[in-house]
Design a binder for this molecule. Structure first.
Ligand code: ZN
Length: 201
């Protein structure tokens, strides 16, 4: 077991002292040709630091920390699907937002996970400097580690502002990624069945 409370305390302490991000943000504003002392910008470095700390809060916990007591014995044989889990993340190449939805399906082994815990696992990985592919894989691996299901599928669809704002992508195009484990990796019929459920609207 890690020591999340200790890590969290440390993080809080460093935040209550002057955040080292603040002077860097002020320097960046100045480098862009702006006056970091003008009223509209005076408090921006502090707000930026606070926002960045919040958006990268996922570094301070592991899946077991957010799941807590939310694991239960499996009672049925059926697959479980949690669709449309919204997420917001920062791409590690530009530190600009990408955001969208994650769909998580699994076929239980001996254990199931409380449905409300899946969005918390997604958030845990989304609130880091990330790439969409890695979030998708990490969510799948977290479920394998936590409940050892017979199969897991994670599908993510997201828009990347680093692409959209720079005109690299068409305005409404989304990037899709997928991670499969267990039965969904080697049984095409099972995979098609759950993918069809994910696509149902
Ligand atoms: Zn990017």
């Amino acid at each position: 077991m890690t020591t999340p409370s200790h890590k969290a305390q440390e993080a809080q302490l460093s935040r209550s002292l002057a955040d080292p991000i603040v002077p860097h943000a002020a320097a960046m504003i100045e480098s862009l040709g702006e006056d970091p002392r003008r009223p509209g910008l005076a408090d921006t470095p502090r707000r930026f630091a606070k926002a960045m700390r919040y958006l990268t809060e996922g570094y301070e916990a592991e899946p077991r920390d957010v799941v807590g007591t939310g694991l239960f014995p499996a009672e049925g044989e059926g697959m479980v699907l949690v669709r449309d889990v919204e997420f917001h993340s920062l791409c590690e190449h530009h530190m600009l937002p990408f955001f969208g939805r994650v769909h998580v399906g699994y076929l239980p082994g001996d254990k199931i996970i409380g449905l409300s815990k899946i969005p918390r696992i997604v958030d845990l990985y989304a609130r880091r400097l990330q790439v969409q592919e890695r979030i998708t894989e990490q969510v799948a691996d977290a479920l394998v580690e936590l409940i050892a299901p017979k199969g897991v599928i994670v599908v993510a669809e997201a828009r990347h502002l680093c692409m959209a704002m720079r005109g690299v992508e068409k305005q409404h195009s989304a990037t899709a990624t997928r991670a499969v484990r267990g039965v969904y990796a080697h049984d095409a019929a099972a995979r098609q069945e759950i993918l069809a459920m994910i696509r149902e609207r």
